[in-house]
Write a protein that binds this ligand. Structure first.
Ligand SMILES: Cc1cc2nc3c(=O)[nH]c(=O)nc-3n(C[C@H](O)[C@H](O)[C@H](O)COP(=O)(O)OP(=O)(O)OC[C@H]3O[C@@H](n4cnc5c(N)ncnc54)[C@H](O)[C@@H]3O)c2cc1C
Length: 645
């Protein structure tokens, strides 16, 4: 165990209790992967905090020691999002599984992140309410993991994804501050930080409490199981249903191979010999469902249905759903190994992309089973292979990548609900341009300037602020030659700071102050990591004088820099605001903006990053436990939340 981690162990034991800190190499192995078992990495240390205050203290300790940390819920993620860092701390949320409050009047629940998805609906059921997002893994996956992945499920077609049901989050920021995003009302003024956080795959902080909307259990639910000769006919029915203005709660499709697997696993009695089955669920007021049912039936028949079974009894419906919900796991019965792919296409392209998948499968001699949220165009091709046959794993990987290409060619996406994680980070440049990736990095850096929170995920390389998207590069030649340096930067932005906070040209002084205060310093820090040319940096820092300027120059700078949370400032040192420097909206590498060209010339790249914490921001202190933190972003809650004592 590395010395830094070794030094953290006693602190972690103090915070979480000795029994909740895992150092034994064998026990650490338990956490080496999530649902994506092809990526494995044993964490240096595992901790299981029992409260938000403990999470904050753990993160604070990691941040202070410069140790990376990764949150883990139930570990069912399929993109390697919870893959640990080999020199980092894995923070497992499974002890935090309290349902803090079910409020039937406001129709909302407050839960801890380790609570399983299904447990929320079970707790709400006595009040005639349920929690709508329903990933197939809902029996095990945690709500914290759902928030991080913005998870969907069969019924998200009508009800929306996790992001549409989360109205407040208590989070621990990557510097260890406990705070709230959203106020539990679902109404957001200012930047929608709640929206930005949901789906950020654990890279912007750790969720410690979640406020979710609850929905009334529908009066009537009706499920149709429709058999077709092929997925193309099923796809036509899907388009026709939506075009007719009917929005079912769910429309799911499975092809012949997926049906075969489900039959073997759960004996779901789907129509024998079907090339595809469609599950169409309608819910709502009885009269509305009745009317829609006849429309859907006739559209399904017109698309070539060979058999239609209807079920409105809950037990019957559960039996039919069992086949669909078990499909991923069931495939293990017909193949020793498989890749669960997750791509999105416009609904109208379903037929064409499924045909392309069939072609790819035939060309490579690799079987592909298709299970998908047809209503959303969210495909889950399951690419089957035998890892004992040389070359099959590689061939399967190739088919899997080609499927994503097919989705992108049709204007789709590389993920619908499983996230990017480590698995798909290499596909990000296929979907997003360098500008998009740069901008996403800036958002990430605004939350986590030190890059310690779940590093190495989402982006193509374990990149840090100031790096440019693309293939992973070796260290910059200027850094190797000692002409430039990697700069880890920090300064206080609290009221106690002298002068205007966040000004780029004050960074050198701020850096010295930060280093001096780091030992006992508390309060929000802004750090910056950039490859900077020393000469250019001094010029940037103070007109070449290496010190902060005052008076009119400072006012000019304030006017020029404005007060945005994040500013991208590509450029080459002294020419900061000169003609062609592109102080706004130009990515490094753009003409006249320095960036890649400057790197090649050994002059370096810099990113200006400014981050102002919320007014009154503070670290959690004595007494926070039991009050459950504060709402700092957004308005005060209409009904105060009750948090665990
Ligand atoms: C059989 C099966 C079926 C599935 N079906 C679906 C489906 O229908 N729809 C769907 O969307 N997904 C599905 N999934 C994927 C997976 O279940 C979801 O992504 C789920 O949300 C992950 O939750 P988890 O608790 O297991 O998170 P983990 O796998 O532990 O973590 C996932 C990510 O969340 C982060 N994270 C976890 N907890 C926190 C926290 N408290 N704060 C911040 N970040 C955190 C982790 O760092 C990681 O990046 C399925 C998976 C399996 C194995």
């Amino acid at each position: 165990m590395a010395a830094t981690i070794q030094a953290l162990v006693p602190r972690m034991r103090d915070i979480c209790g000795a029994g909740n800190v895992i150092t034994d190499p064998l026990e650490l192995r338990t956490y080496e992967c999530d649902g994506l078992t092809s990526h494995r990495c044993v964490p240096a240390l595992v901790v299981l905090p029992g409260s938000a205050a403990e999470v904050a203290a753990v993160v604070s300790a990691c941040a202070g020691a410069g140790v990376p940390f990764v949150a883990r819920g139930s570990g069912t993620g399929l993109s390697g999002g919870a893959l640990p860092h080999e020199s980092g701390v894995l923070i497992v949320m499974s002890r935090m599984r309290a349902i803090v409050e079910i409020d039937p009047v406001s129709r909302r629940a407050v839960v801890e992140p380790g609570v399983t998805n299904l447990a929320v609906s079970k707790a709400a059921a006595p009040f005639g309410l349920f929690y709508a997002p329903d990933p197939s893994s809902q029996v095990v996956c945690s709500v914290g993991g759902n928030v991080a992945e913005n998870s969907g499920g069969a019924h998200c077609l009508k009800n929306g994804f996790t992001v549409h049901h989360v109205t407040g989050l208590e989070i621990v920021t990557p510097s260890g501050e406990l705070t709230w995003l959203g106020d539990g009302t679902g109404i957001c003024s200012g930047y929608d930080l709640l929206g930005a956080f949901t789906g950020s795959e654990g890279t912007l902080g750790i969720v410690t409490k979640i406020v979710v909307k609850l929905m009334p259990v529908p009066e009537v639910v009706h499920l149709l199981l429709v058999a077709y000769g092929s997925t193309a006919e099923g796809g036509r029915a899907v388009s026709d249903i939506i075009a007719a203005g009917v929005l079912p709660a769910a429309i799911e499709m499975m092809d012949a191979l997926a049906i075969e697997a489900a039959e073997e696993a759960v004996h779901c009695n789907y129509p024998a010999g079907a090339g595809a089955v469609l599950l169409v669920e309608l819910d709502g007021p009885a009269a509305e469902v009745e009317a829609e049912l006849s429309t859907v039936r006739s559209l399904c028949e017109a698309a070539g249905a060979t058999e239609i079974q209807a079920a409105d009894d809950p037990a019957e419906r559960a039996g039919i759903w069992a086949g669909r919900k078990s499909a991923f796991a069931a495939v293990g019965r017909i193949s020793p190994a498989y890749i669960v792919q997750d791509g999105v296409v416009p609904r109208t392209s379903l037929g064409a992309v499924l045909a392309r998948i069939a072609e790819l499968s035939a060309e490579a001699g690799i079987r592909v089973a298709n299970v998908f949220h047809a209503g959303d165009g969210n495909l889950h091709p399951l690419v089957l292979y035998d890892d004992n046959v040389p070359g099959q794993a590689e061939a399967a990987e190739k088919v899997s990548g080609a499927i994503l290409d097919a989705c992108l060619e049709r204007g789709g996406s590389i993920t619908g609900e499983h996230g990017v994680g480590v698995d798909k980070s290499r596909y990000m440049p296929r979907m997003f341009g360098a500008d998009d990736l740069d901008t996403m990095q800036l958002v990430r850096c605004a939350f986590d300037p030190a890059g310690l929170c779940n590093p190495g995920k989402i982006f193509p390389t374990p990149r840090l602020c100031g790096e440019v998207p693309g293939r992973r590069r070796p260290p910059h030649p200027a850094v190797v030659a000692g002409q430039a340096e990697i700069f880890l930067y920090g300064h206080r932005t609290v009221v106690a700071s002298r002068g205007p906070p966040g000004s780029c040209r004050r960074l050198p002084g701020a850096g010295r102050r930060h280093r001096r205060r780091r030992g006992g310093g508390s309060g929000p820090l802004v750090r910056r990591l950039a490859v900077v040319d020393r000469r250019g940096f001094r010029a940037l820092a103070g007109g070449g004088r290496g010190r902060a300027r005052g008076g009119a120059a400072r006012r000019r700078d304030r006017a020029r820099l404005g007060r945005p949370a994040v500013t991208l400032r590509p450029g080459r040192g002294p020419a900061l605001d000169g003609p062609g420097s592109g102080a706004r909206g130009r990515r490094p590498g753009g003409a006249g903006a320095g960036g890649r060209d400057d790197r090649a010339a050994g002059r370096g790249v810099r990113l200006g990053l400014r981050f102002r914490p919320a007014a009154g921001a503070r670290r959690p202190g004595r007494g926070d436990r039991g009050r459950g933190g504060r709402y700092r972003h957004g308005r005060a809650a209409a009904v105060p939340l009750r948090c665990p004592a």
